[in-house]
Every structure is written in structure tokens, then in C-alpha cells.
Design a protein around this ligand. Structure first.
Ligand SMILES: C[S@@+](CC[C@H](N)C(=O)[O-])C[C@H]1O[C@@H](n2cnc3c(N)ncnc32)[C@H](O)[C@@H]1O
Length: 386
């Protein structure tokens, strides 16, 4: 038990999860398909990276000319500042450089810049990356990295999971275009949901149900079940799968403009593949929100014009031309959509009920209030003719 808690603590501290090349390529391709010139003439910053072997750096450097980039900058975090240290050894690439400094190697971050043909082979690619030690440790919050952020048009990375909220706020305050990896659960955070609601941020093009596998350093402690899942996906060794990982962005892509194909309410009640809906005469109406419960995204009725509570995973299919996002049942009543608060006298589970949407379950003569999972509150977009 003591060992298990220790592993959990170590696992929680680990921020070292390295993104796979093909996951980056698959995602970025969706933006290029939508707008082939999305990166043309732009500066891309890849912070919180490990440029010597990061796939983000490799991918953008390899595609520098194809994307028409103006400048690529990537920065790393000093080994001694990392939360979880794994017997750091500098790479040959670093130790063989004339400006290698054994002390700075541990205490300073590094900056890699690509903006012209250094080797003289007539191409600009990964071979032309030039590097230096940063003044500081490469913390994204430092003045030095903030200055780089301010020069950039795009900020793209898989940031430290433990600092996700802070990292997102750091990009948003500078009003940058971004593409970052996070955990789907972040959408319920009070700092995150308003951005999604106001269409200032959305999910990336790779569906969040797609398993993402990450490299981890030798000796990193990961959940055995996640390691096994990574193995089943063909990644054997220092890899782990992180469930619910997804891309967050404010760069447009085509997938978010594809409306969901849906059935009418009457057809759902007759033909839904979900047996709890089939044969009912209506959808359940919440007791504390003026909205109906839609337990599955594919059961959203196409012709219902009122408010609907849908699973969080709906976001993966959210098309802003089809639906309006009104709120979330997980965060009190910030959006003023709730119609009722329960007292403990009324229901022993009042705290749960008040946190979420609730409905009345009737079993024989008994009547019980039950809270749902967190639900997004959506409404069909009504197109008024001109
Ligand atoms: C999830 S890993 C991803 C690394 C790389 N971007 C990738 O996707 O392969 C996040 C990285 O951010 C680094 N990091 C942690 N805290 C940081 C901070 N405050 N500022 C900059 N980088 C940080 C971690 O050491 C880790 O290498």
C-alpha cells in the first residue's frame, strides 16, 4: 500500500510525456487542409519542448519550407528545474558543440532557432537549427520566454499537464493562436469552459476518443494499465497511453464545421440504438434546469428547440453552426440556467444535486432525485429566414 501511494505521488509529479510524430502530423494536417497557407510567413514558438529530440521541433523544422514559415523557435526547460528528474545526461549533439557548458547544461534552458539556410545546401530544414543556452531555465512564465511568445504568431506544444490552466492563461493573455495538448476533463475548469462557450477555443481535429500514446523517460513511473494499453497499440518500452488526452486550439479546421447527422425526437424514441430511450414517450426533463436529458450525443433530437443536457464528449462533435453552447451543469449557476436549488431537508444528496442537473426517478411508489454526470447545455441554432 505504501509503495502504491509512493508510485502515485511520483506518477502525479511527472510532466515528461513526449508527443508522437504522427499524432502531431495528423493534427496539423487538418489545419493545412482547411487553409494551406495557415502558417505562411508566420513565426511559430514551441515552448516547454526538448528541441534536441522533440517531435514538435522535428516536424516543424522538416516542414519549414512547405509551410512557408518565417521563423521557428523552440525552447526547453532546464533539467534541474524539472519536477521529476531522471539521471540527466546531455546528448552528444550538445556536448560536441563548441559552446557546450556542463553547468549551464543542467541549470539553463535552451533555445533553438530556424530562419535561414545555415548549411548552405539550398534548403531550410532541421539541419539548419541553431541553438544557445537561454539566460534562465526556460520556464514559460519567465520574462525571456514571454518575450519570445510576444514575437510569435502561433504557440504550439504539449505543455506540462500540472500547469495546464496557467499555460492556457499565459497564451490567452497574449492573444496568440495556439495548438496545445491537454486533458479532456479540463473543459469543466472555470478558466477553460468560458473560452469554449464563447468559441474562443475548441477541440482539435483528432477526435479525443483516439488513443494518444506518449514517450516517457527511462525509469518514469506510469500506470501499469496505461503502459499495457500503449503496448496493445504497438508501443513497447518507454511509452504510456494517457486517456482523455486531446488537442485544444483556436485555429480553424474543417471538422468542427461538419454538422452531426441526427434523427428526430419521434424517431429516437422509436428507433434509438439505446434501449433506455427506445419505447419511452418522451425524454426526461430535469427537475432543476429547464432542459431535457440527452444521455448520448447520437441521441440528440434534430427537431427539439429547447435546451438539452448532453455528455461532455459532445464537444468532439460540436459544430457551432448547428448548436449554441449555453453552459455546463458542473459549475453552479454561472450562466443563470438553473431553476432550483435543493436543501438538505429536501434531499440528503442535495450537494450533488445542486452541483449537477437532477431528475426525478420514479420506482413504484417511491420518488428519488438523482444527479446526472456533468452535462453541457446546448440548443439547436435556429436560422431565421431573412
Ligand atoms: C508534457 S511534456 C511535453 C514535452 C514536449 N513538448 C513534447 O510534447 O514532446 C512537458 C514539458 O514541459 C516541461 N516543463 C515543466 N514545467 C515547465 C515550465 N514551468 N516551463 C517550461 N517547461 C516546463 C517539462 O519538463 C516537460 O519536458
Amino acid at each position: 500500500m505504501a509503495n502504491e501511494s509512493l508510485s502515485k505521488a511520483k506518477e502525479a509529479k511527472n510532466d515528461e510525456f513526449y508527443t508522437q510524430y504522427h499524432d502531431i502530423e495528423k493534427e496539423v494536417n487538418a489545419y493545412l487542409e482547411y487553409n494551406p497557407d495557415v502558417f505562411r510567413g508566420k513565426t511559430v514558438l514551441l515552448p516547454c519542448d526538448d528541441p534536441e529530440w522533440s517531435n514538435f521541433t522535428k516536424y516543424f523544422a522538416q516542414n519549414f519550407e512547405r509551410f512557408g514559415l518565417k521563423k521557428l523557435i523552440s525552447t526547453s526547460y532546464a533539467p534541474e528545474s524539472k519536477r521529476y528528474k531522471f539521471g540527466y545526461v546531455p546528448t552528444l549533439f550538445e556536448t560536441e558543440a563548441p559552446h557546450f557548458d556542463a553547468d549551464k547544461s543542467k541549470t539553463h534552458g535552451k533555445i533553438f532557432v530556424l530562419d535561414h539556410d545555415v548549411t548552405g545546401d539550398g534548403k531550410i530544414n532541421v539541419e539548419d537549427l541553431e541553438w544557445q543556452y537561454l539566460e534562465g531555465d526556460g520556464d514559460f512564465r519567465s520574462k525571456e520566454i514571454c518575450h519570445l511568445r510576444d514575437q510569435a504568431d502561433f504557440v504550439i506544444t504539449n505543455p506540462p499537464f500540472s500547469l495546464f490552466r496557467e499555460f492556457l492563461a499565459w497564451i490567452v493573455e497574449a492573444d496568440k493562436q495556439f495548438l496545445i495538448i491537454g486533458n479532456m476533463n479540463a473543459i469543466t475548469y472555470k478558466e477553460v469552459f468560458p473560452l469554449i462557450k464563447d468559441n474562443k477555443m475548441w477541440l482539435g481535429a483528432t477526435g479525443f476518443v483516439t488513443d494518444m500514446v506518449f514517450g516517457v523517460p527511462e525509469g518514469a513511473i506510469v500506470k501499469e494499465s496505461d503502459k499495457k494499453k500503449a503496448e496493445r497499440l504497438g508501443y513497447v518500452g518507454n511509452y504510456t497511453r494517457l486517456g482523455n488526452s486531446c488537442w485544444f486550439t483556436n485555429i480553424d479546421h474543417g471538422r468542427r464545421h461538419q454538422p452531426l447527422p441526427l434523427m428526430t425526437m419521434a424517431d429516437n424514441l422509436k428507433f434509438s440504438r439505446h434501449k433506455e430511450l427506445r419505447g419511452r414517450d418522451s425524454y426526461i426533463h430535469y427537475d432543476n434546469y429547464d432542459a431535457i436529458e440527452v444521455p448520448y450525443t447520437d441521441a440528440i433530437p434534430s427537431d427539439y428547440e429547447g435546451v438539452m443536457g448532453v455528455p461532455i464528449s459532445f464537444l468532439d462533435k460540436y459544430c457551432p453552426e448547428q448548436f449554441v453552447l449555453l453552459g455546463i451543469t458542473d459549475r453552479g449557476n454561472v450562466w443563470g440556467l438553473k431553476t432550483k436549488e435543493y436543501s438538505l431537508d429536501e434531499a440528503p444528496n442535495a450537494n450533488d444535486l445542486n452541483r449537477r442537473a437532477a431528475f426525478v426517478e420514479i420506482g413504484g411508489v417511491s420518488r428519488r432525485l438523482t444527479a446526472t454526470y456533468a452535462r453541457l447545455l446546448i440548443q439547436k441554432k435556429i436560422c431565421h429566414g431573412s
